[in-house]
Design a protein around this ligand. Structure first.
Ligand code: 5GP
Length: 242
């Protein structure tokens, strides 16, 4: 059966539904898990990878720019977008609303470009249901203490917000086993390398590039060269000798 997103993409059902389409990478972690910095490093390293800018009703933090970290909107505007079905997924997180714009995601993956979504664990579960071949990555802070230190050092949350985020963290962590990959973020550079490796490995999956591979292999068969000494086509036998 076609998933909701398949219908939007208007692609025919096939055995290799992802081929030619961009890959959707879904990244989650508790607040303060370091995923923002990590994703930024990965975007700098990996070409043809875009980032889905979410909509939120929370206020911008110092240094955040509308349209870069988030689109900051009022609750009324957010509800209008929900009513107009403009979100691929949306959720209440830490008392505010957050949502992924359907249009940007569909546009990127239809054009064959890979895209990263940064969503909470509820958003990740929704996306998994919508698009079974999305790739989910959980960023695990190395310890609760490190998480607390990161949130405090950020200095952007009120004491109440900080407390709420710290209380929610253990609940969010429990969902780690629903993800395909887990990166322990104890070292930003190593963690970014690991995420880059995951993206590159997913890109190399046969199921995502079957026809391209087939074309290359077929070109080899078409240009099979005869053995110079015998004039016969070289044949390989299978066996255990090599
Ligand atoms: P923050 O306010 O710290 O930027 O984000 C709070 C939480 O909201 C984080 O867990 C973040 O991943 C999540 N979040 C950000 N954008 C979205 C979104 O579009 N959808 C959902 N479900 N969660 C989001």
């Amino acid at each position: 059966m076609l998933s909701e997103i398949d219908e939007q993409l208007q692609t025919p059902l096939s055995d290799e539904p992802t081929e030619g389409r961009g890959i959707l990478f879904v990244v989650s972690s508790p607040s303060g898990g370091g995923k923002g910095t990590l994703i930024q490093r990965v975007l700098n390293k990996v070409s043809t990878l875009s980032y889905s800018v979410s909509f939120t009703t929370r206020a911008p933090r110092n240094g955040e720019v509308n349209g870069r970290e988030y689109f900051f909107v009022t609750t009324e505007r957010f509800q209008e977008m929900v009513a107009a079905d403009e979100f691929l997924e949306w959720a209440h997180v830490h008392g505010k609303l957050y949502g992924t714009a359907r249009r940007q995601v569909v546009h990127e993956i239809t054009e064959g470009r890979d895209i990263i979504l940064e969503v909470d664990v509820q958003g990740a579960a929704s996306v998994r249901m919508l698009l079974a071949d999305s790739v989910s990555i959980f960023i695990l802070p190395p310890s609760f203490e490190v998480l607390r230190q990161r949130l405090e050092a950020r200095g952007t949350d009120s004491p109440e917000e900080l407390d709420l985020r710290l209380r929610n963290a253990p609940v969010e962590l429990k969902d780690y086993s629903a993800f395909q990959y887990v990166i322990i973020n104890d070292d930003a550079e190593r963690a970014a390398d690991q995420m880059t490796a995951i993206i590159q490995a997913e890109r190399a999956r046969l199921s995502r590039q079957g026809s391209r591979v087939k074309r290359v292999v077929e070109a080899f068969t078409a240009s099979e060269t005869p053995d110079a000494s015998t004039g016969q086509t070289v044949e390989r036998s299978s066996g255990s000798s090599n």
